[in-house]
Design a protein around this ligand. Structure first.
Ligand SMILES: C[S@@+](CC[C@H](N)C(=O)[O-])C[C@H]1O[C@@H](n2cnc3c(N)ncnc32)[C@H](O)[C@@H]1O
Length: 260
């Protein structure tokens, strides 16, 4: 029986962890819980650790005193890494309660004080809080309205840094676009470096929640357009951005749902 005098080491034997990991269903995040891997057969290998290794140096090593919001946190891999870097407050949110159960269990075993909330990206205005670092990894292309999500993040929860990742498809060349094009000038749309997004009407990789795949030019243009300047691009799909004040639009608010 667990008492307040017991440390997590006393409570969670490897056998108990393995049993609970199995009970919590299929894991997308492979997390090392005291020697027990939660998703050892992940189709992308040791995921997301392999990806994290490619860009971990781009994130401030010391997050002491900072607040972090991890949108679409899944089982909490990135939330835990931020907490290990000293973040004062880490809030992981996801709309899938099964993933949140995994995250809460992993936090308990790892003895990391991370809060997890069931919340959709469409509800983030309800948080009424801004965060020093917002993590928006691997969610963008799962949304039917991806640019709206970036606008909402900019308007309601981001204060300074945004860590962003999207699956990309198509050309990786980036054409510098002109300020304006004449109505008859359609050749730019044939340019592989023109921003474009591919719409998936049915399913991709067996997942019907994959809706949009931007090319690299599109990711970069949408981030800028939503008010995030690109500070670094440490991995093909990953960007570290900084919040920028957007100029007022001449025809009313830029965001569909501005803060009141
Ligand atoms: C591909 S996983 C990425 C997990 C993690 N952020 C990462 O990069 O490894 C996508 C996650 O986003 C969550 N998600 C998808 N749509 C969401 C929404 N509208 N609101 C909140 N979470 C969402 C899913 O439940 C899932 O946990």
């Amino acid at each position: 029986m667990r008492t307040s005098l017991m440390s997590p080491d006393d409570v969670w034997t490897q056998e108990a962890i393995r049993h609970k990991v199995e009970k919590l269903g299929t894991w997308f995040h492979n997390i090392d819980l005291k020697g027990v891997q939660t998703a050892p057969h992940h189709f992308l290998g040791d995921y997301p650790r392999l990806k994290w290794e490619c860009f971990r140096e781009a994130i401030p090593r010391d997050l002491t005193g900072m607040s972090v919001l991890d949108i679409g946190c899944n089982a909490g891999f990135y939330s835990f890494e931020m907490k290990k870097r000293g973040a004062a407050r880490v809030l992981g949110m996801d709309w899938d309660e099964d993933y949140l159960k995994q995250a809460r269990f992993a936090a308990q075993v790892l003895d990391l004080n991370v809060e997890f909330q069931k919340l959709s990206v469409w509800q983030i205005a309800e948080l009424r809080e801004k965060f020093d670092l917002v993590i928006f990894m691997g969610v963008f292309y799962h949304l039917r309205h991806p640019l709206l999500a970036l606008d909402l993040i900019h308007e309601h929860v981001a204060k300074d840094l945004l860590l962003f990742q999207s699956l990309q498809r198509g050309p990786t060349t980036v054409t510098s676009m002109a300020e304006d094009y004449g109505f008859q000038d359609s050749s730019i749309f044939e340019d592989p470096g023109c921003p474009r997004m591919y719409f998936i009407e049915h399913s991709y990789s067996g997942d019907p929640t994959n809706w949009w795949f931007p090319n690299q030019a599109c990711v970069e243009a949408m981030l800028r357009s939503a008010g995030f300047s690109i500070e670094s691009h440490p991995e093909q799909e990953v960007y570290l951005c900084r919040w920028q004040q957007l100029p007022a639009a001449p025809d009313g608010p830029r965001v569909a749902y501005p803060s009141k």
